[in-house]
Design a protein around this ligand. Structure first.
Ligand SMILES: NC(=O)c1ccc[n+]([C@@H]2O[C@H](COP(=O)([O-])OP(=O)(O)OC[C@H]3O[C@@H](n4cnc5c(N)ncnc54)[C@H](OP(=O)(O)O)[C@@H]3O)[C@@H](O)[C@H]2O)c1
Length: 238
């Protein structure tokens, strides 16, 4: 049976990915930094194990590894989905503290979790890591005057996702036995994103559409790619 750990899976895209993968018969380790919110989210889903997991805490990540090990000796798929939007502060006013807190979730979080789960991933036959990034982590997108994000002035979130993109490429190059790919939940060409709490439900796509790219990368075959960046329509320019 295939298994997957999803961080930040108590709501939004993470929860929808958990629902879709559990319906395929996968065992889903549903990560949630708040145990009660996670329990409520897991309620009603089959094949789901709640994993209390705050990606900004080394201790919480170690505890999560211990808990997953009680259920399995390998992890097929890790989906680093947990993300923080930051406060959208104008670059002139953004402080290092503000940026640091966003990076702690969006950059150091995926590194913390990936690093801790490498032994379990390496024990799988076809291990895959999916990094949930964003179109605003793409230099090509934010420098395209046709893209709304080119006119939205913000530092922390976009640069954190750009860092996550580079981290994914560097993992992919260094660890070829594990596939590392980046998904963005939107449709970059159509300037669309998925309605969740993170954007106060202003997105035009459903969470199901938003998770299409995540699921595609989670389900890659052994001969699938590594080091790529995709949305639900296909490749995205870095
Ligand atoms: N929606 C879109 O179209 C879109 C577009 C581009 C990128 N994304 C990315 O997609 C991912 C999911 O976002 P979403 O749209 O589904 O937003 P969301 O509904 O706000 O979900 C964010 C999730 O991340 C969790 N989280 C935040 N900080 C965490 C931490 N320190 N440890 C563990 N979990 C933490 C949240 O938990 P709590 O409930 O405890 O806060 C929540 O479960 C994010 O990485 C986001 O950047 C989304």
């Amino acid at each position: 049976m295939t298994n997957a750990l999803i961080t930040g899976a108590n709501k939004g895209l993470g929860l929808e990915a958990a629902r879709r993968l559990s319906e395929l018969g996968w065992t889903v380790f549903l990560g949630s930094r708040d145990e009660e919110r996670g329990r409520a989210a897991a309620d009603g889903l089959k094949n789901v194990v709640l994993v209390p997991l705050d990606v900004t805490s080394d201790e919480s990540v170690s505890d999560a590894v211990r808990l997953v090990r009680e259920h399995t000796d390998r992890l097929d798929v890790l989906i680093n989905n947990a993300g923080a939007p930051g406060r959208g502060i104008d670059p002139a006013d953004a402080t290092a503290d503000e940026i640091h807190s966003v990076y702690d979730t969006n950059v150091y979080g995926p590194v913390r979790v990936t690093q801790a789960f490498l032994p379990l991933l390496r024990a799988a036959d076809n291990p895959r890591v999916v990094m949930v990034s964003s179109a605003v982590g793409s230099f090509a997108v934010v420098t395209d005057p046709e893209q709304p994000s080119s006119k939205m002035h913000e530092l922390a979130y976009s640069s954190s996702k750009a860092a996550l993109n580079m981290i994914t490429v560097r993992y992919a190059q260094a660890i070829p036995e594990i596939k590392f790919n980046v998904a963005t939940p939107g449709e970059v060409a159509n300037r669309k994103f998925a309605a969740t709490d993170m954007n106060r439900h202003t997105g035009e796509l459903t969470v199901t559409e938003g998770t299409d790219s995540i699921l595609r990368l989670a389900m890659l075959d052994a001969d699938g790619p590594t080091g790529t960046f995709v949305d639900r329509l296909g490749p995205v320019a870095w």
